[in-house]
Design a protein around this ligand. Structure first.
Ligand SMILES: [Mg+2]
Length: 352
C-alpha cells in the first residue's frame, strides 16, 4: 500500500490509499518503541535539530521509506464539503509548561481544532501541525507533546498529514489545522437560529475555568480525568445534530461570548434561564456563564425537534430560547422570574 508523509515543508501527503490507514497509530507505536530504547533521546535534553526532529517523527512513524511532498492530497467522501479550521496555541497564553504536562498540551492543541469541526456537525479527515520550539526545550517535552497530540488523532482515526517545524525565540508555538467534511449543505452554521428556537448545551460548563482558577491559586492537581487537561471534542453527538440543530458553535470562549456570536450571526436575541445552566462539579455559575475552554456544543433547534436528554453518551440540556430582537440582546431569567441583561464576559484576545 502506498503511503506518504512529509513534514519538511508546509505540506505533507496523505494519499488516497492512506485514508483509513492511520499514521498516528504507527507514530504512537514508534514513540513507545523509541522511548523504551532511548536511542533517540538527546543527552543534552534540548530539541533535536529540525532535520533530525523530522527524521525522528518519521522514524516514530515506523515508515522509513515514506517520502514527503509539498502538499497533502486529501480525498473527501463523495458528496461532502470540506471544513477547514486553524488554531494557534501559544505558550503563556493557551498553556503553561509549569501547569500543563506536555501530553495535555498536545491533546488540547488538537482538541481545539476537532471541536471546531464538531461545531459544524462535521467529521475530521486529517490534521496538520506546525511547531515552533525554543532552543532549550527538552526533547522529552516534545515527545510528550507528540504523544498527546497523536493519541487524540488516533482516537478520532485521523492522520497527521503534514506540518512544519522551526525555532521560536520565545515560547512554544503550535499552529494546528484540522480538515473535516460534512455532507453538502448539512454543515451547521452560526447563522441559522430563528426566533422561538430553543437553546441547548451539551455536558457541563465552567469546569475548565474552575481548574484554571485553582491552577492560578496553586491549588489544582493534575488529573487525567479533568476535562481542562484532556477536553473531549464532541464529534459523535455533533454528527447526530445534522438536520436537527438550526445553529451551532463550540464553547471555546465561554457561554456568554459564544451565544453572542450566534445572536450576531443569526440577527436574533436570546434568553437563558439561569437555573437550567448545567454547572460542572466544583465550578461556580459565573464560570459556567463566562468561563472558556469547555469545548461543549451550544446549539439551537426548533421547538418541533424532540431531543433526548442524552445523545451519544453526552447530556443535552435546554437552557433557554431564541428571541426576536434586532439589537441582539441576551438576557438571563433568574429563578424568581426577573430578567437581567447577560453581559458577554468570556475570553477575548486583545480584549483586556
Ligand atoms: Mg470554535
Amino acid at each position: 500500500m502506498s503511503r506518504q508523509f512529509g513534514l519538511p515543508d508546509t505540506g505533507g501527503t496523505c494519499t488516497r490509499a492512506c485514508r483509513g490507514d492511520y499514521l498516528a497509530d504507527a507514530l504512537l507505536a514508534g514513540l513507545a518503541r523509541e522511548s523504551s530504547r532511548r536511542a533517540y533521546v538527546y543527552d543534552g535534553g534540548v530539541p533535536l535539530p529540525e532535520r533530525q526532529l523530522i527524521a525522528r517523527i518519521r522514524k516514530m512513524g515506523g515508515r522509513k521509506s515514506l517520502i514527503g511532498d509539498d502538499c497533502a492530497v486529501l480525498d473527501p467522501p463523495r458528496g461532502h464539503e470540506l471544513l477547514v479550521t486553524t488554531d494557534l496555541c501559544l505558550e503563556g497564553v493557551h498553556f503553561r509548561r509549569d501547569w500543563h504536562p506536555a501530553q495535555s498540551v498536545g491533546h488540547r492543541c488538537l482538541a481545539r481544532g476537532l471541536s471546531d469541526i464538531a461545531a459544524m456537525a462535521g467529521g475530521p479527515l486529517a490534521c496538520f501541525l506546525s511547531l515552533g520550539l525554543t532552543a532549550e526545550i527538552p526533547q522529552d517535552w516534545v515527545d510528550g507533546f507528540l504523544a498527546g497530540f497523536l493519541g487524540l488523532a488516533k482516537k478520532f482515526r485521523i492522520p497527521l498529514a503534514g506540518g512544519d517545524t522551526g525555532e521560536s525565540p520565545h515560547g512554544v508555538i503550535a499552529d494546528v489545522m484540522v480538515v473535516g467534511s460534512a455532507p453538502r449543505g448539512k454543515a451547521v452554521r452560526r447563522s441559522g437560529a430563528k426566533p422561538g428556537d430553543l437553546i441547548y448545551v451539551t455536558g457541563a460548563l465552567g469546569g475548565s475555568a474552575a481548574t484554571l482558577g485553582r491552577l492560578r491559586a496553586r491549588q489544582a492537581r493534575f488529573s487525567k480525568s479533568d476535562p481542562h487537561f484532556y477536553p473531549e471534542p464532541r464529534i459523535a453527538i455533533a454528527r447526530k445534530l445534522r438536520g436537527v440543530a438550526s445553529s451551532m458553535i463550540d464553547l471555546s470562549d465561554g457561554l456568554s461570548t459564544d451565544l453572542a456570536h450566534i445572536c450576531e450571526e443569526s440577527g436574533v436575541g436570546a434568553e437563558v434561564e439561569i437555573a437550567t445552566v448545567p454547572v460542572a462539579a466544583g465550578a461556580m455559575l459565573e464560570q459556567a456563564l463566562h468561563g472558556g475552554e469547555d469545548y461543549e456544543l451550544l446549539f439551537t433547534a426548533s421547538e418541533k425537534k424532540k431531543l433526548r436528554a442524552k445523545m451519544a453518551g453526552v447530556s443535552v440540556r435546554k437552557i433557554g430560547r431564541v428571541t426576536r430582537d434586532p439589537r441582539q440582546m441576551m438576557w438571563l431569567r433568574t429563578p424568581d422570574g426577573q430578567r437581567v441583561p447577560m453581559p458577554s464576559g468570556g475570553w477575548e484576545h486583545f480584549g483586556k
